[in-house]
Design a protein around this ligand. Structure first.
Ligand SMILES: [Zn+2]
Length: 117
């Protein structure tokens, strides 16, 4: 009788492949992924936008690189997945719509003679 074999998780499969010396690049930063690097599965076509959770639509990147791609940098979300998803949802919902009342500007100061002159 042969010993029962455990079914490996995707993390375990990646670990074994990296142990074997597989050279895999992070498509975000273009560095070689090393054994022990924290990885995350990403989708070429975002799940939130109807992309398939299927190997043909997936790639692995560093968790850190993925976080930047998803959320943008500290300074801006421009170009991030979050930004793209929000834009697609906004357009699907009928375009740009103001949520509340338009903020009333105080306008530019009109010239008033200063009392101390
Ligand atoms: Zn990376």
């Amino acid at each position: 009788m042969s010993a029962a074999r455990k079914r490996f998780s995707e993390r375990e499969i990646v670990t074994v492949l990296l142990q074997q010396g597989a050279l895999v690049y992070c498509p975000r930063c273009e560095e070689i992924i090393k054994l022990g690097d924290k990885l995350e599965r990403e989708h070429f076509h975002e799940l939130a936008l109807g992309g398939a959770d299927d190997p043909s639509n997936c790639f692995y990147s560093h968790a850190e690189c993925h976080a930047i791609a998803t959320n943008g940098t500290k300074a801006t979300t421009a170009g991030s997945s979050k930004h793209k998803i929000a834009k697609v949802k906004r357009i699907a919902a009928g375009g740009r719509k103001r949520k509340g009342r338009k903020i009333q500007s105080r306008g530019f100061a009109t010239h008033r003679p200063r009392p101390w002159r």
